[in-house]
Design a protein around this ligand. Structure first.
Ligand code: FES
Length: 92
């Protein structure tokens, strides 16, 4: 099974805006969920003012909060009933 790629920005702006809370939330996931995630730390996703930023399956999502990240991950890992896209999580 292909893992879900989750890239969390650890650049200065995103760290100041709370990206460390996102790393902690992923680390706190149960092992069976955590094993389905390929977590990467990236240095900047070029949306510094809207941080913390996360790129999930190639789509950057800004203003991320731990609860929201968990919801998105849960949706991705849920057996596919409908086509999901990270674009559904972008707040404009
Ligand atoms: S520091 Fe995170 S997007 Fe630039």
């Amino acid at each position: 099974m292909e893992k879900l790629l989750v890239e969390i920005c650890a650049g200065t702006a995103c760290l100041l805006l709370g990206s460390q809370d996102l790393f902690a939330a992923i680390d706190a996931l149960p092992d069976n969920i955590r094993q389905q995630i390929d977590l990467c730390e990236v240095t900047c996703l070029h949306s510094c003012r809207q941080g913390p930023n996360v790129r999930i399956a190639g789509q950057v999502i800004s203003n991320m909060k731990p609860d929201r990240l968990m919801e998105i991950i849960e949706d991705y890992l849920r057996p596919q009933e409908a086509e999901l896209s990270p674009a559904a999580y972008i707040v404009t």
